[in-house]
Design a binder for this molecule. Sequence first.
Ligand code: HEC
Length: 112
Amino acid sequence: MTRILLVIVAAAGVAFGQAAIAAGDAAAGKEKAAQCQQCHGPDGNSPTPQFPKIGGQHAKYIVQTLEDYSTGERQEPVMAAFAAALSKQDREDLAAWYASQGGGLYTIEFND
Ligand code: HEC
């Protein structure tokens, strides 16, 4: 019985974890991404090597990166300015949009 309860608790934990990651709304993110297009391309597949490809990147990575630019944990003046204007919801929506895009970026599978 205890074992069954543990499995249920573990499964609930996984479900909550996924809900937290899927908090972004890709449709809203697409609209918010209009300001990012000039550098990262319409779907995150930047046309030039000057700007990194972010289409198909893991949502969690994008959320964390945008947060790091805004706090200064990762320093780069252009992105710092854009990231500073984003709310937590903006970061999650943008991440959901870019993560849902395919493209030339190679990412490894990972389970979180
Ligand atoms: C004026 C050009 C420009 C615009 C507009 C821009 N970016 Fe960037 N972005 C860059 C550059 C340059 C870098 C690389 C910075 C570095 O070296 O850390 C970057 C890096 C990133 C990264 C990290 C990529 C990686 O692989 O680590 C993310 C995520 C990102 N941008 C998202 C966005 C989002 C979301 C927006 C719109 C809110 C946006 N960018 C708007 C130029 C831009």
